[in-house]
Ligand binder design. Structure first.
Ligand SMILES: [Zn+2]
Length: 593
């Protein structure tokens, strides 16, 4: 039972989707019909999840039936469709509304090329129901076919088999032959082009971005080979990436066959492509073996961070992987402190209890980094060889199935802990707060070098004289994260003159720098901050920057001023987080000016 889906309550299940959609870029809506092959399983009703849809017609085996919608809640509205044991198809004709939070419609000015509008969807966690009626639970899988009609100067791509060239008439057809949960159904429409990266891999992006993206992601095919060598065959055919406009709220979204990615990982030096390794790893952990409910989210993300780290290690060596681990641990410590300080200790458990809440609340560093630490502990206890064999077996055994925390723990006990006579305090890790004391501690002497240079700088050595030659992005991130809390304008100017942080094209470095500038009220960086917050919609960057801003009265005014104009550039999932953080709904925007 999934507390975030009305549909999961009914035994009747959808099995295959036939989607026919028209994309109206001018009116900003989707119109069409979602037809399903179903299995009644003896039920007299099949329930679909919907949210903010306008439903025109429902049919069962081709015959029209009444539209029966339940009361609205944070889960949307249940659509009840009367069926009997002979019912094998249902069809819903509908259109989306302004309330379709999965959809982000971008004006030409909000894209890289500035000539055509753009649309993308973000289904995770419970937003697919805002652009189609569907059984929107990660525990329910379907295959799909789709026909999508777009203006003929644009191209459509989905989490399915995809075109590589534009069609003459703007009509595109898609097939997803492997059964996937609804949150992985995805669509993007824009003036995009394709570049191959290898036999099975390629990249889509706007014209001005696509060649940079192809260069940045040149290692994708090697990553795919490394992943297969670790945990078995890639089962989805092609692996492509689409680089979206900068308002995309996440680093990446692992839509099967077609990862959706932020352009903020294009740094010009291939230094941020661990994100591609992460989304690729989801082709096993998440897309192949899927968390049954959002309370089990750590099964998707903890495993994926572990797998991602192994891919990075295979390609770039243990030093590289170690630095990623330390940065991840720093993020986790920050989140743990914040969650304990704000009275959300129960959200630091791996197994969550999100009943009555938006599952997006559970998408924190805990699932990712505490989950990773737990797997790293298991690896250290049984040895890597044994652990790899266990994981490989797990993905094979449960391919295309969903997984609960209990089911995983039983399998873990049976297949790994008992046979190796290994003791682990599962209760503390899975159902306890914080990071247990036996968490492995990642180390890297690359960061020790950075710490030494910070100490020299604090001791009076000018920034330009520090031994920073050859430092990579991770070392710079570590450097920026470990500067003293209070810095003078002279010190900030010294750093910026030597290292050009304010004009950095590396979003991670720039964001970490801007945090320092806000903390120390460094006026010289504020126009860069305004520009960054007005163009980038990636929540991971927005949250710490706005959080730092609202810590002071001056910053709070600045935050609300920037947010008032930038808010329309952000996707609904980022808006939800920031509205809450900035107390946006409580005050009318006008009142702040
Ligand atoms: Zn992930």
């Amino acid at each position: 039972m999934d507390v975030h889906s009305h549909a999961s309550a009914s035994p009747a299940r959808i099995e295959h989707l036939d989607l026919d959609l028209q994309v109206d870029m001018t009116e900003r809506r989707l119109l069409g019909t979602a037809s399903y092959r179903i299995r009644p399983h003896g039920a007299d009703t099949i329930i679909l999840d919907t949210d903010a849809l306008e439903i025109a017609k429902v049919t069962v085996n081709g015959k029209e039936v009444p539209v029966l919608l339940g009361a609205p809640s944070i889960l949307g509205r249940a659509l009840h469709i009367p069926i009997d044991s002979n019912s094998n198809t249902i069809a819903v004709t509908y259109r989306t509304t302004e309330g379709a939070r999965a959809l982000q419609w971008l004006s030409p000015q909000q894209t890289a090329d500035r000539t055509h509008p753009f649309l993308f969807t973000q289904g995770q966690a419970i937003l697919t129901r805002t652009w189609m009626p569907v059984q929107d639970s990660p525990g329910i899988r379907i295959t799909y076919d789709a026909t999508v009609r777009v203006p003929k100067e644009l191209m459509a791509v989905m989490s399915a088999s995809n075109p590589q060239v534009r069609s003459a008439d703007g009509v595109y057809t898609f097939q997803m032959e492997q059964p996937i949960p609804a949150y992985l159904i995805a669509l993007a429409v824009g003036d995009i082009e394709f570049r191959p990266l290898g036999e099975r891999c390629g990249v889509y992006a706007e014209r001005s971005v696509v060649d940079k993206a192809a260069w940045e992601f040149a290692d994708t095919e090697r990553m795919l080979q490394a992943a297969e060598a670790l945990y078995g065959p890639y089962r989805w055919g092609r692996y492509d990436v689409i680089v979206l406009p900068p308002s995309f709220p996440f680093g990446g979204m692992e839509n099967p066959r077609l990862t959706f990615a932020t352009p903020t990982i294009i740094a010009g030096d291939r230094s941020l492509t661990a994100l591609i390794a992460h989304e690729l790893a989801h082709s096993w952990s998440g897309n192949l073996v899927t968390n049954a409910t959002w309370n089990d989210f750590w099964l998707n993300e903890g495993f994926t961070v572990y797998f991602e780290n192994r891919i990075s290690e295979a390609l770039y060596g243990p030093d590289h992987a170690g630095m990623l681990q330390i940065l991840g641990r720093q993020d986790l410590q920050g989140s743990l402190e914040h969650m304990h300080a704000t009275g959300h200790a129960e959200d630091t458990h791996l197994r969550l209890h999100l009943d009555g809440r938006d599952p997006d609340d559970g998408m924190t560093d805990i699932a990712y980094e505490k989950g990773f630490a737990f797997l790293k502990l298991l690896e250290s206890k049984v040895g890597r060889e044994r652990f790899d064999a266990f994981l490989r077996g797990y993905f094979d055994r449960f391919a295309f199935q969903s997984m609960t925390t209990d089911k995983f723990l039983a399998y873990l006990d049976e297949e790994l802990l008992k046979p190796t006579n290994t003791k682990v305090d599962i209760a503390a890790w899975v159902d306890g707060p914080g990071l247990p004391a036996d968490a492995p501690v990642p180390v890297s002497d690359k960061f020790d070098q950075v710490d030494r240079e910070i100490a020299r700088w604090q001791g009076g050595t000018p920034a330009a004289k520090l031994a920073t030659q050859g430092w990579n992005t991770f070392q710079w991130m570590h450097f920026l994260r470990h500067l003293p809390k209070d810095l003078t304008t002279a010190q900030l100017n010294d750093l910026d003159a030597a290292f050009k942080f304010t004009s950095s094209g590396n979003a991670e470095v720039l964001a970490a720098w801007l945090e320092q500038c806000i903390r120390n009220d460094h006026d010289a960086a504020y126009s860069a901050l305004d520009r960054f917050l007005s163009t980038v919609g990636r929540r991971k960057f927005l949250v710490p920057l706005y959080k730092e801003l609202i810590a002071t009265e001056k910053g709070r005014v600045m935050a609300r001023t920037i947010y008032a104009s930038a808010r329309s550039n952000y996707h609904a999932v980022a808006v939800r987080t920031l509205d809450e953080m900035l107390d946006w709904s409580a005050t009318k925007p006008e009142a702040t000016f």
